[in-house]
Design a protein around this ligand. Structure first.
Ligand code: ZN
Length: 508
């Protein structure tokens, strides 16, 4: 396996001997030899702070790591703080490395491969990151909106019927296009006069009027014109989220009124909306709690299922056993009810949680859950057993009057037991070393994540189903449902908050 070494020392750290660049490299090299890595390159940032932009070698390292395929499988660092100054940064880069199947190995503080708490903390950060990215883009929005309000045009394709005029200050604004503005007006008039889209299309084709795009007029282009706010003089901002390349939902749009000259009156525009309703985009019905709900009676998962009644769509969670084989009779539960209940309950629990207590129990649980500790316990028990047997054997050798043959045999057995004891002792020592190295994110990192989680619980928009789904899947482990007894038990992934919320009083 091919590895590179990254070493960094800040100006303040340069005085500390054990952190010197040569000693960082030496320790990493030793690790490489012991673990079968071939070191193919070394990246060094000396006298640099942790700020990413300042670190040239680091930038080069990341550039190399992005290559397809990457030239190495592992990055060795003395400790994680060499790689990044804060956990947040490291998570961002670790994601990149994950994708490229590159391991980041801190030779002095290895992390267990699969660490539930670390996964949780990472998950929290990922959601929070998206959260902040959203806020940041809203900041940027504000600047643009100010310009739009002053009547300036801020990029994007020029709508059909308009053209751009450059002002003295170099900015641009929308003005009616003398050739096409009248076409837009004609389309609106025809729509409110009761002409169908097909009839309008034949008229426009007959008149040799060029469509906004392509060679032919389509129903879609007419629909887009009729429903665009731009023709009544308003500007719609934020219809598409740039980053995700998906359409934003209508509620997320910002409509700024009277930014430019209208082509049709507001009355005419409204009338046209009523004549031709825009087909609603049917959203893929997302099961907010998909995979989380479990039937309390038979223990099988409850599936999300859509049903239609009188043309309306309803979502239900239904026991898989009931659905498949009819062996369970747990009644289904309406998705809207249980989702609402769980979301509110989880938010309440998080807001009421005491961060210090949570941290204590995370650390406690981590220790308790630690498989290595169990192994040590097992080995210690075994050691006691072997030790006892050996002692007994030794005593029998002294007390009993043995034949030579028996003596030789028992003596051989004794030697065997002594060896076994020694072996177990060594193993325990190894485990203890491993245990000492087993690391969980430090308290401050966990604290930071929890604070952010609380903040997001406080500000999450329950109508933003995508954000809510992410949020719930990060914090909720399981939900046991007994619709007969009206008992709902929510188990969270965060220790000490996995208090079993049994609610039989009110809703649902
Ligand atoms: Zn069931």
């Amino acid at each position: 396996m091919r590895a590179v070494i990254y070493a960094r020392v800040s100006t303040e750290e340069q005085a500390q001997k054990e952190l010197s660049i040569p000693s960082q490299i030496e320790i990493c090299k030793k690790f490489a030899v012991q673990n079968g890595y071939e070191v193919i390159d070394i990246f060094i940032d000396a006298g640099k702070s942790g700020t990413t932009s300042e670190r040239e070698a680091f930038q080069e390292l990341i550039a190399q790591a992005k290559k397809k395929p990457p030239p190495f499988n592992a990055i060795l660092v003395y400790n994680y703080s060499r790689f990044s100054r804060n956990e947040m940064d490291s998570i961002v880069y670790e994601e990149l490395l994950d994708r490229q199947h590159i391991k980041l190995i801190s030779v002095t503080q290895p992390l267990p491969e699969d660490n539930a708490i670390r996964g949780l903390v990472r998950g929290i950060f990922r959601v929070i990151d998206n959260w902040y990215a959203l806020n940041a883009s809203q900041e940027a929005r504000r600047g643009q909106i100010a310009l739009i309000k002053q009547g300036y045009y801020c990029g994007g394709p020029v709508p059909y019927g308009y053209m751009l005029e450059t002002l003295d200050n170099g900015r641009k604004r929308l003005v009616p296009n003398p050739e096409t503005a009248s076409v837009v007006q004609k389309i609106f008039e025809m729509v409110v006069s009761g002409y169908s889209y097909n009839e309008i299309i034949s008229y426009l084709t007959q008149e040799n009027i060029k469509p906004p795009r392509g060679r032919f007029w389509r129903k879609n282009s007419l629909s887009n014109i009729i429903h665009s706010h731009v023709y009544k003089g308003d500007f719609t901002y934020g219809r598409r989220a740039k980053k995700h390349k998906r359409r934003n939902r209508k509620e997320e749009w910002i409509i700024i009124e009277n930014t430019h000259e209208a082509l049709v009156s507001r009355d005419l525009w409204e009338l046209a909306q009523r004549t031709h309703k825009k087909p609603e985009h049917i959203q893929r019905s997302p099961a907010l709690l998909g995979g989380l709900i479990i039937c309390a009676q038979c223990g099988s998962k409850m599936w999300y299922k859509k049903t239609y009644r009188q043309g309306k769509q309803y979502g239900n969670y239904i026991c898989a056993n009931r659905e498949e084989s009819g062996t369970c009779d747990m009644p289904a539960i309406a998705a809207s009810i249980i989702e609402n209940f769980v979301a509110n309950k989880v938010i309440d629990i998080l807001l009421a949680s005491n961060i210090d207590e949570v941290i204590e129990s995370i650390i406690k649980q981590q220790e308790e859950n630690n498989g290595i500790k169990k192994l040590i316990q097992e080995k210690t028990k075994k050691l006691e057993q072997v030790h006892r047997t050996r002692k007994n054997l030794l005593r029998s050798l002294e007390i009993l009057d043995l034949t030579d043959e028996d003596f030789i045999e028992l003596n051989g057995r004794l030697r065997q037991l002594t060896e076994e004891e020694e072996e177990i002792k060594q193993k325990i020592e190894e485990y203890q070393k491993e245990l000492a190295l087993t690391d969980i994110p430090d308290k401050e990192t966990i604290r930071e994540a929890l604070i952010k989680l609380k903040a997001s619980a406080n500000s999450i928009n329950l109508d933003d189903k995508n954000a809510l789904r992410d949020f719930l899947h990060i914090v909720v482990s399981k939900i046991f449902i007994n619709t007969k007894a009206k008992e709902y038990q929510i188990i969270l992934k965060i220790p000490s908050l996995e208090s079993e919320e049994r609610d039989s009083t009110g809703s649902p």
